[in-house]
Design a protein around this ligand. Sequence first.
Ligand code: G6P
Length: 603
Amino acid sequence: MCGIIGYIGKKDAFPILISGLKRMEYRGYDSYGFCVLKDKETPFLYKKTGKISEAEETLLDFKVEGSLGIGHSRWATHGGVTDANAHPHFDCHKNIFVVHNGIIENYKELKEKLIEEGHTFVSQTDTEVLPHLIEKYFEGNLEEAVRKALKDVRGTYGILVTSNADPDKIVAARFSSPLILGLGKDEFLVASDPAALITHTRQIIHLEDNELAILKPNKFFILKEKAPTFITWDSEEAEKKGYAHFMLKEIMESPETIQNATRGRLIIEDGSVKLGGLDSVSEQLKQIKRLVLVACGTANYAARIGKYMIEEYAGIPVEVDVASEFRYRSPILDKTTAAVFVSQSGETADTLAAMREMKKKGLLTIGITNVVGSSQARETDAGVYTRSGPEIAVASTKAFLGQLSTLAMLTVYLGRQRGMDVTEGKKIVSELLRLPGLAEKTLERAPEIEKIAEKYQNFKNFWFMGRKYHFPIALEGALKLKEISYIHAEGSAGGELKHGPLALIDENIPVVALCPDSPIYDKMISNLEEVVARKGKLIIIATEGDKQIKELTEDVIYIPKTLDLLTPILSTIPLYLFAYYIAVLLGRDVDKPRNLAKSVTVE
Ligand code: G6P
């Protein structure tokens, strides 16, 4: 982990590698490195802890020449954050260079054997076994050596390999870790993320598992030729557009996110939705008796809300689990169950592994994914794109709203296949159409939210709570605050407060409560009274017009009224802004919080 870039062509590789890695910075990393080759000269190798953007001028001063190079940004898994552990890694003679995403699971035994055979290791990483294995098998042809080396390896990898011993080529290989080839004019790029390619070319090829690509200055070769696909994302969409942070820009894009997810899919007259990606499995979906929704992190909280929506309106029992649990327990499954995987990136290793296992078991697999052409999108039987556009900030925000909008549409889709009548369908569909406007109104509260954030910025602990649709939102609000501000925050169901968390409540732990108008409003009010009685401080998200709530606290953030099941799409927005402003006030690295990665491609 975390970002890979390679270039071969006619231009100087070094600046291209730098800008490629910078475009992937949003994924989070702690060190970086490059290797640039020129004729038979000693390769330029540079590896450093820290951030590329902070060292860019110094790097460019190196005036590195050479039109072939590989680069990597590392998010430490095996071995600490040190220059030596940064990639590229090399063999005993500094002649074979490798960058790697993923984990070599059997690296310990391989390393021991290689050391016995006389190889010298200089890092603590799992990756370093790769250049040594390739060295061991090298007989003049790099791809042959790579192919042989990978046979010994267990685990996941996206790798680039280059060497002056077989010059003018980059060998790329993947297993369970993305690698994308960019086909330019007289040049080829290869990266782990399309964001690094879009300024150079939009013709891309996704490398598949067990495939090996050989890139030469004017031709490339893969085991299986495939038709290029076209990226529709704009490089402009991946810019900050004047906002201080990507996260703020992405929160501010909430209205468009909902609109993009629903555009062309809502059929008002009929009270139904059109989800083209499910056409091929629509008959199968009619027979489904149960759903399991599987996801990680923020996407998992979206799935939990999806459960409430689908059970209430489509009448299908739904189970939700985090992917890393789901795959290792023994879920009871049969062919009347369909598995739905929710993932922004479509590359999260745990979610992919769970998906592959369900496919093996013969279950119908559906993906709710943002990234077009991602592994999840390609491997599920059918799916729906959330069309949220590139999300750059590590902490997911707008993608969550895209997931919720998509899950609401899936609810109508499945509901209309079952008991939901036209009137009910119309109610939800027409409200979904109004939702971008309501999100716009919610965003107008930003200055008030900023003031509340100023008031509460110095508290060390926060409690979030909500009921029904807002229970998962409470968990998401707490997650966002801890992710980007590093303040301890937890969330619970309102009704659970008295079963434990109440013991914590006093004037030192503010409670952020989701209490919009809903059938369980009164129950939630009782929970809030329990907090007030213990001198707890309340920040409440409530529905416009609710004056009674002001008796409980002066810190109320109002959101517009919408249907119960769609309210989470609005109530999340103030929580995102609250976390954002607190993190900014505390001087945190909002877009790239410490220790976290955007797309977790290792288990
Ligand atoms: C990481 C990110 C989270 C994200 C989670 C799942 O932990 O930091 O923001 O929610 O992965 O990612 P996915 O791409 O599968 O939605």
